[in-house]
Design a protein around this ligand. Structure first.
Ligand SMILES: [Ca+2]
Ligand SMILES: [Ca+2]
Ligand SMILES: [Ca+2]
Ligand SMILES: [Ca+2]
Length: 212
């Protein structure tokens, strides 16, 4: 047992991936009010080797001239992510229909979008995404209801809670009608920066010279 404890301590010292639960906090309907997922990491950027987060939340529908619920999350990574994977599941609505977005730090540049990636189980209209080689920085993850984007493929509109693409008059239209609880799973692997690897190399070189 003591040996096992020692190995665990060594593993902790070397840096191990961690997983955390985050419960969605309304109101988070815009980039300015996005929930900060870095709170699960002491409000620090995520570092090597990466991690995973499970978000518990819910989406509620709108109506005539009333936007449906849109859920914005943000997180910051300190290194390039070799991959970022996201999947959303509904446990209480077998016809739930989500859309998900990965958006840049400016809150408007759409990096990736998925409508019916269908991670399997429950509804067949939920979403999943995989994105490779994501640079260090801050990103937004957005969950909204069916047809907010105005498309299933191609170029989606930014999520605004209303059905279809951008409304001619902001705040007019029909809000998406989705009502479901969700579990949103996010995972990522980070890779050392070339700069850090080069510094390590320089350090080794200096050490070698000193020893001569
Ligand atoms: Ca919500
Ligand atoms: Ca919301
Ligand atoms: Ca969908
Ligand atoms: Ca829309």
């Amino acid at each position: 047992m003591k040996i096992a404890m020692g190995l665990l301590a060594l593993a902790a010292a070397a840096g191990t991936a961690s997983a955390s639960l985050y419960v969605e906090q309304e109101s988070n309907n815009s980039s300015g009010t996005a929930n900060n997922l870095n709170v699960v990491n002491g409000n620090l950027p995520f570092t090597l080797p990466g991690g995973s987060i499970l978000v518990d939340g819910s989406l509620t529908g709108g109506g005539q001239n009333v936007a449906g619920d849109v859920d914005w999350f943000r997180f910051t990574i300190a290194n390039t992510a070799s991959n970022l994977v996201m999947s959303i599941f509904s446990l209480n609505n077998t016809s739930a229909d989500s859309e998900i977005y990965l958006i840049g730090a400016d809150g408007t540049t759409i990096i990736a979008f998925n409508d019916d990636g269908n991670p399997g189980g429950g509804s067949g209209f939920m979403s999943s995404l995989i994105t490779a080689n994501l640079s260090a920085g801050t990103y937004f993850l957005v969950i909204t209801g069916d047809n907010d984007s105005g498309t299933t493929v191609g170029v989606p509109a930014l999520p605004d809670g209303f059905n279809g693409g951008p409304a001619p008059v902001t705040g007019q239209g029909v809000g998406h009608g989705e009502n479901f609880d969700y579990k949103f799973l996010i995972g990522f692997n980070l890779i050392p920066t070339p700069g850090a690897a080069a510094l390590l190399g320089l350090g080794a070189l200096a050490f070698g010279r000193r020893r001569r």
